[in-house]
Design a protein around this ligand. Structure first.
Ligand SMILES: Nc1ncnc2c1ncn2[C@@H]1O[C@H](COP(=O)(O)OP(=O)(O)OP(=O)(O)O)[C@@H](O)[C@H]1O
Ligand SMILES: CC(=O)N[C@H]1[C@@H]2OC[C@@H](O2)[C@@H](O)[C@@H]1O[C@H](C)C(=O)O
Length: 372
């Protein structure tokens, strides 16, 4: 069979930490061949970020259908970020075949077959003049899958040739793992990652996150409280399984009674314990953990993981991947898979009944139409 054509795709996502829009670029056949390019983050305006944080704190609004204005603002922020990315990196619009637009998750309730990402594919395609694929999670959710995580097939493509079994851990707002052993891939969300600690630090110190994990490192975790937090029934649920950003906020309320350093240490310990607990749900002990996402820059998370796992735990840069832009690159890759009709999730990654295709394609308006 002839090799499939390589397609250049931009991927864009604003993750659950809502710090900004990550944009990157890949060239791929949507299968084993992937070359990744540069990435950039374009912060949301303070006003839009505050509006989004208020929205997700109010499930009734987030689940409702009256999000027209904020969706337009999020879509325009993504289109602007992608235009800026192309200008910053010297990328010619005509060289980009498709944009994979994940958008902004505001609510995720797979048990009710509901997930909501803000990001209007038609609007972004019209602004950019480039075809857009969005709504990656909906077909999976509709078929009874979790709709997340979707990054595992990208992790597997990148991990070809590395020693396995291997665990890739993303420490974003929410944590998720991909276990890879040859063709076998198992994935699920592990628990809270940075979201709980971010919100705690923002409330206590007015800072966006615990830089380097230094506040957490300066305190003593409340072991009894961590043991109680680890009793959440989610951790015993078999994989695949996925989470909403705020699923643990009410559960971890008791941490508010602790001092700043002790509270941060307790949340860091809880995050690391919940991620390390993932080994209970995979068939073999991974030889190595590769950590991606902003949480890999939190030295306290990384040290705690090393202590708990007893195998090498390294940032993904150890194997040449870019831990700031893996997810953005993933949605470029998945856009190409979507165009080629290839599955973007498997029963072992989302619990869908069969390998699922997904994503919706929005064609850019034809520029020559009506031209003289
Ligand atoms: N220098 C740093 N020190 C400590 N933590 C950091 C640092 N830089 C980033 N982080 C953490 O990483 C988080 C952002 O991570 P990332 O961008 O991977 O999340 P996301 O992509 O929004 O989330 P998700 O993967 O859940 O969608 C920040 O909110 C912060 O908690
Ligand atoms: C519903 C949703 O947006 N989930 C995110 C979130 O952030 C991390 C984790 O929870 C993961 O399941 C997913 O994102 C990545 C990109 C994924 O789908 O693989």
């Amino acid at each position: 069979m002839p090799d499939a054509e390589l397609i250049t795709a931009i991927g864009a996502i604003s993750g659950t930490s809502m710090d900004g829009i990550d944009v990157s670029i890949v060239s791929t056949d949507g299968d084993a061949r992937v070359t990744t390019g540069p990435g950039r983050t374009y912060p949301y305006s303070e006003a839009l970020r505050a509006e989004l944080l208020a929205l997700i704190a109010d499930p009734v609004r987030a689940e409702g259908d009256e999000l027209v204005e904020i969706e337009a603002a999020v879509s325009d922020a993504h289109a602007g970020a992608i235009q800026q990315f192309m200008a910053d990196c010297g990328i010619d619009r005509d060289s980009v075949r498709v944009v994979g637009l994940h958008g902004q998750t505001v609510y995720h309730r797979p048990e009710r077959r509901f997930t909501r990402q803000l990001g209007d594919g038609q609007r972004v395609a019209a602004t950019l003049g480039i075809d857009v694929v969005n709504r990656f999670r909906h077909a999976d959710i509709a078929a009874g899958g979790e709709g997340a995580p979707l990054v595992p097939l990208f992790h597997r493509a990148l991990a070809a040739g590395l020693e396995q079994p291997l665990m890739v851990l993303n420490l974003g707002g929410v944590g998720n793992v991909t276990y890879i052993d040859g063709d076998a891939v198992i994935a699920f969300d592990t628990g809270p990652a940075s979201a709980l600690l971010d919100d705690f630090v923002r409330k206590r110190l007015g800072k966006p996150y615990d830089e380097g994990g230094r506040l957490a490192a300066s305190g003593q975790a409340d072991a009894t409280m961590v043991a109680g937090l680890m009793k959440h029934p989610y951790f015993d649920r078999p994989a695949p399984k996925s989470l909403d950003r705020n699923d643990f906020h009410a559960w971890a309320k008791a941490v508010q009674s602790l001092g700043d350093a002790e509270g941060a240490a307790t949340l860091a310990e809880f995050t690391a314990a919940s991620a390390a607990d993932a080994v209970r749900h995979v068939p073999k002990r991974p030889l190595r953990w590769l950590v991606t996402g902003g949480g890999r820059l939190n030295g306290t998370f990384m040290n705690l993981l090393r202590q708990k796992l007893g195998v090498p735990v390294q940032p993904v840069e150890a194997v040449g991947w870019d831990g700031d832009f893996l997810e953005a690159q993933c949605f470029g890759y998945l856009a190409v898979r979507s165009m080629r009709g290839l599955p973007i999730s498997l029963p072992t990654t989302t619990g869908a009944p069969a390998p699922m295709t997904g994503g919706e394609l929005w064609r850019a308006p034809c520029e020559t139409e009506g031209a003289p």
